[in-house]
Unconditional design. Structure first.
Length: 92
């Protein structure tokens, strides 16, 4: 009886740890996607305001904090695919 109870407790602890790990991973991925969307929007607004051009964002890279914690947004001008741009955003 005691062995069965110990096994059940161990299984419950393992399930709890796995569930928490999956939940934290999903939260981090969600937050990262929100950062990418905000960075893309900021880059589009910046290019429209400063350069007066419409752009299409094709790639957003988030660099780790150890390498400066920057977000690099790249893409091209709306009707001219050969005219590329990139914007670096410092995370704060």
């Amino acid at each position: 009886m005691r062995e069965l109870k110990k096994k059940n407790i161990i299984i419950l602890i393992m399930i709890t740890i796995i569930t928490l790990t999956i939940g934290c991973t999903l939260k981090i991925m969600h937050d990262r996607n929100i950062e990418k969307e905000k960075a893309a929007t900021a880059a589009i607004e910046h290019m429209k305001k400063k350069e007066n051009i419409d752009v299409i964002v094709t790639k957003v890279d988030i660099k780790p904090a150890a390498s400066g914690g920057m977000i690099r947004v790249s893409g091209h001008v709306k009707d001219q695919k050969n005219r590329n741009f990139f914007v670096s955003i410092i995370k704060r």
